[in-house]
Design a protein around this ligand. Sequence first.
Ligand code: ADP
Ligand code: MG
Length: 258
Amino acid sequence: MTNPETSTIPLVTDDETNVIRIENLHKSFGEHEVLRGVNAEVKSGEVVCVIGPSGSGKSTLLRCINGLETITSGNIWLGGYNLSDEKVDLNEVRKHVGMVFQHFNLFPNMTVVENITLAPIQVKKYSDDRARKEALELLRRVGLEDKADARPASLSGGQKQRVAIARALAMNPEIMLFDEATSALDPEMVGEVLGVIRSLADEGMTMVLVTHEMGFAREVADRVAFIDAGVIQEHGSPEDIFGAPKSPRLKDFLSKVL
Ligand code: ADP
Ligand code: MG
């Protein structure tokens, strides 16, 4: 028997710097080709923001990175694991990747702390005590230690999203993916969630953020990728992407959102 707590092999070893490597990724739903040859690399500790119009394939890209969608063709490596390799255990790889969604997806019938401890207890086989202790520590990090035994329904949107982030962090992921984590929030709650994401960036978490918060992307991203029509049309530093966009598509997009 392997010990589930120790059997997870680190995603990235010392001689690898690319945590995520995407090579000629194609993804179709039936006849509809959504991703048409995406190439990208994300280094350890890097924060990459993905921007682009609605329907351009941003969520599909994140779901492919997390192994939630099967890839039509191409390759995605997470550390040394190739997601297209049939021998790779996707459940094992997913333990390294935390994902936060627009609509929180908390379990409504569980308390905050139960939401956070579920996966550590079931997947990592933590004891209830240890899982709760770590959950309380995570709640402290997101500023919600007093909400441990509350139900999600009693929380504001910003609080729910901070619980969702704590829940994702409970698995000690090496990569965090955020899909429009602030899009469903009232404006006054956006800041508290962005603040938590910013603190993760400062701690060196490798992150891919799909966001409509252009000001935040400019501030927090190491690199920004603009996706449209299923390919990365342009990528570069925030200064380049927002200050000196080259492609007509990106210029047009920015003229609508800035
Ligand atoms: P974005 O996140 O950039 O708004 P998505 O990745 O959600 O875009 O969607 C890209 C395209 O793929 C859209 O046209 C959408 O309708 C389609 N799509 C996404 N998921 C599915 C699915 N499960 N089945 C069929 N079509 C899908
Ligand atoms: Mg989306």
